[in-house]
Design a protein around this ligand. Sequence first.
Ligand code: COI
Length: 357
Amino acid sequence: MEIKELPLPEDKRKNRFTDESKLGFGRIFTDRMLMIEWKADQGWVDARIQPYAPFVLDPSSLVFHYAQEIFEGLKAYRWADGSIALFRPEINAHRFNLSADRLCMPRLPEDLFIEGISRLIRLEKEWVPGAEGTSLYIRPTMIAVEPVLGVKASDHYYFYVILSPVGAYYAAGFDPVKILVEDYYVRSVPGGTGEAKTGGNYAASLKAAQEAKKKGFDQVLWLDGIHKKYIEEVGSMNMFFVYDDHVATAPLTGSILKGVTRDSVMQLAGRLGFNIRERQVTIDDLVADIRAGKVKEAFGSGTAAVITPVGLLGYKGENLTVGDGGVGKLTQKLYDTLTGIQYGKLEDSYGWVRKIA
Ligand code: COI
């Protein structure tokens, strides 16, 4: 499909950031965006790269009422030689379509997803920051725009991609975060939308996150929605617990996100000689194991969060320090290896990296 490039008028060019150390996460957006529409009687049409601009949408658009929306998150990395690479974008393209299936939205050809993003970034390449730990966050999104109040799948969608130069997701950077185990609210249940990357999952998580913040925690760790017994995931990352003889992470039972970083971490840790076990960890066992000093390290993985050390877990009023509360050895090693590959400092023997400029 042809992707048109619309002109960028002088008055639509923004001032670029000046201090890369102050980027934060997702507050600055580049000059252009990618747009493709889907109409029931035509399929995918009118692919274009256009100036970044607000949408004018009918207030009755389905997305506003029934949350028919999905998104993805991936990053472009600037290498020391100035070139730009994506990391495993084909997995995001595929996962986007799994989310689309779950939300009754049309599938986007996966090569169009990657080609559209690559073309957009080539035009916006000056926006890819180069300082340590920074990248260009890519947010592909699809929304239902048919103006009707009946509960139904839309007959008109916008697929769009916006770009945001970012630093660390957490204000603490690579310092260990504090996570509260949530034992009242639930994020998802079997058969629900927990595995899909859809806005509603995140809206439903805000209440718990707000209450956790008031208590001094950074995010919550969700338990399974039926028994409130098994560890699932943190809002923006999959979780790993490092024991002496293995690394435990929750299995993909359909209610947690199939993280791209999760999969990468499992492969990297396996190659480093660690025994990765996808197993159901009960919160009671985890608490007992942390108290007994058997859990040496804990960390989360995610595109935005990269690899984030977890230093403290709160559960039922008790604060449990994991290991020595600092950044664990494996956590550091995985962070260095993963980011080493993403930024082209280490050889990519996995074929994960895709140069686009
Ligand atoms: C990502 O890691 O890319 C995500 O989508 C998490 C997000 C909620 C910031």
